[in-house]
Structures are given as structure tokens and as C-alpha cells.
Write a protein that binds this ligand. Structure first.
Ligand SMILES: NC(=O)c1ccc[n+]([C@@H]2O[C@H](COP(=O)([O-])OP(=O)(O)OC[C@H]3O[C@@H](n4cnc5c(N)ncnc54)[C@H](O)[C@@H]3O)[C@@H](O)[C@H]2O)c1
Length: 255
């Protein structure tokens, strides 16, 4: 999929992975809509990157809000790529604690709503806009890249809501790719290991000291541009479809 003269949507575009992806897609010649809840960061990035970039205040859990972001992208140019990378830290408590208290059902629902239902909301609405594009080479109209996590394969203690939501994002990938094949829209997912982003709420030095040594090779956390490079490769390579790519330095979470 050609990025030049097309528009790209990045949900969570003001976050760690999101900002790196926005920068890459702009450098590759796309018009980019940053769709995020974080107004300050989004507007600062919009002002820095100039005319080809727009920030749209967006909540992925709302249909109307996502529609407004999709409409803004289509106004720029045909929407051909969409990266879904919103989110941030999840709660982190056992399903049943030592005092016999269960994990709050409302927190579980909210996590699934943001990470999984929000992803579906974005995918379906972006696909609807992409389906109206003129087909390019091999009948391609667009590509959607979602973000899972290696916790969607091997969730750690205290991650039932997050790993269930990310497992859902993983399972959605092939099914959505099959559903959207007739309109020429590809669907791929990236499952990152541990990457330093603002979601860690500590300095990079402290985070690297804590998590870097747990990664087999390279022995460090990932850099956000390593995620963004993969997202760009997926967008540009039409034969990648219906699967999840782990980017994790061979890290496998243990308990
Ligand atoms: N950082 C990691 O190590 C890591 C590993 C695996 C997966 N991930 C996944 O990558 C994604 C991004 O993580 P990050 O580390 O860049 O986090 P981040 O906190 O740096 O960025 C997340 C962005 O999403 C936005 N956001 C949150 N809720 C939203 C909503 N309802 N609607 C729209 N925007 C919303 C936030 O405002 C923020 O700008 C998440 O889905 C996370 O689970 C991260």
C-alpha cells in the first residue's frame, strides 16, 4: 500500500508507539490524523508536524467519536492505512486475592471495552471508509494494523483483563482479514514485548534497569521506532495479511 498521497489514521497517535508511528508515516509522505484522548500532546504534535497532520480528539469506545476521526482522514485524501495503538497501563491484580476478594467485574469490562471493543470499533469504521476507495494494485483498498501484546499469548499474574482483551485482538486478526478480503482491506496485528513508553510512568533508565535484563537478545527494552518501522513495513507490503507478528527480542513472559 502506497503511503504517498493517501491518508493514515493513528488511534493512540499521541502515545509512545503512536507518536513514533505518526512521525514515520508523515516522513513516508502520508497525511496523518492523530486520533487520541490526549489533547495537549496531540495538539503539540500537530503543531510541530505541520499542514499534513491533524489532531482529532477521539475516544475509541465511542462510535460517533471514531466516525469523526475517520471523516477527518477522508477529508485529507483517501484513507488507506489505519494503525490502532491506543491504550496504556491496565490495573494488574489477581482474579482472586489472598483476602478472597474477586477482581472488580466493572474493571474487567472497562479494560475489554477499551482494548478489544475499541479496536473492533475502529477497524469496522476504518474498513467502511476504505471500501469506498478505488482499488490499487492487486485490488488493494486499505490496511489496518492493530496492536496486541505478548501478554495476549502468555498473560502474567494479575493480567486477566488485559490478556483476555489482547487475546481477543489476536483472534480478531485472521477473522477480520477474511471478512474484509472481498473489499481488498488487509488486517495485521503487532504483538510487542516490553517497549519503553510513557505508559511505564518512570524514567527510561529505571525501566531499562528493571525490564531490560529479562529480554534474551537484545538485552534491553524495545525502542518505539522499532514498532513504528514494523507498522510501516506491514502497510507497504501487500502480501502480509491475517497474522500477528511478535516483536519482543525472544521474550516469553513467565508467571
Ligand atoms: N509499551 C509496551 O511495552 C507495550 C507492550 C505491549 C503492548 N502495548 C500496547 O501498545 C498500545 C500503546 O501503548 P503505549 O505503551 O504506547 O501507551 P501510551 O500510554 O504511551 O499511549 C497510549 C495512548 O492511547 C491514548 N488513549 C487511551 N485511551 C484511549 C481511548 N479510549 N481513545 C483514544 N485514545 C486513547 C492515550 O491518551 C495515549 O496517548 C497499548 O494497546 C498497549 O497495550 C504496549
Amino acid at each position: 500500500m502506497q503511503l504517498k498521497q493517501s491518508s493514515a489514521l493513528v488511534f493512540g497517535g499521541a502515545g509512545g508507539f503512536g507518536e513514533a508511528t505518526v512521525r514515520r508515516l508523515v516522513a513516508a509522505g502520508a497525511h496523518v490524523v492523530i486520533a487520541d484522548l490526549a489533547e495537549d500532546k496531540g495538539k503539540t504534535l500537530e503543531a510541530e508536524l505541520g499542514d499534513g497532520v491533524r489532531f482529532v480528539s477521539t475516544d475509541v469506545t465511542s462510535e460517533d467519536s471514531v466516525k469523526a476521526a475517520v471523516d477527518a482522514a477522508v477529508e485529507f485524501a483517501p484513507l488507506r492505512s489505519c494503525v490502532v495503538v491506543h491504550g496504556g497501563p491496565a490495573a494488574g491484580r489477581r482474579m482472586l486475592n489472598r483476602a478472597g476478594e474477586t477482581y472488580a467485574l466493572e474493571t474487567f469490562r472497562r479494560t475489554v471495552d477499551i482494548f478489544l471493543t475499541g479496536t473492533f470499533n475502529v477497524m469496522s469504521q476504518a474498513a467502511a471508509a476504505m471500501a469506498k476507495n478505488e482499488p490499487g494494485e492487486s485490488g488493494q483498498r486499505g490496511v489496518i494494523v492493530t496492536t496486541a501484546s505478548i501478554a495476549g499469548f502468555e498473560g502474567q499474574v494479575g493480567q486477566t483483563d488485559y490478556s483476555a482483551a489482547k487475546g481477543g485482538v489476536i483472534s480478531l486478526t485472521l477473522t477480520a482479514a477474511r471478512d474484509l478480503a472481498p473489499v481488498g482491506v488487509r488486517v495485521m496485528s503487532i504483538a510487542p514485548g516490553t517497549f519503553f513508553t510513557p505508559a511505564f510512568r518512570m524514567t527510561e533508565e529505571d525501566a531499562q534497569a528493571k525490564w531490560g535484563p529479562t529480554v534474551p537478545n537484545p538485552k534491553r527494552m524495545g525502542h518505539v521506532d522499532e514498532y513504528a518501522r514494523l507498522a510501516q513495513d506491514i502497510i507497504e507490503n501487500d502480501y502480509l495479511n491475517g497474522t500477528v507478528i511478535r516483536i519482543d527480542g525472544a521474550l516469553r513472559f513467565n508467571v
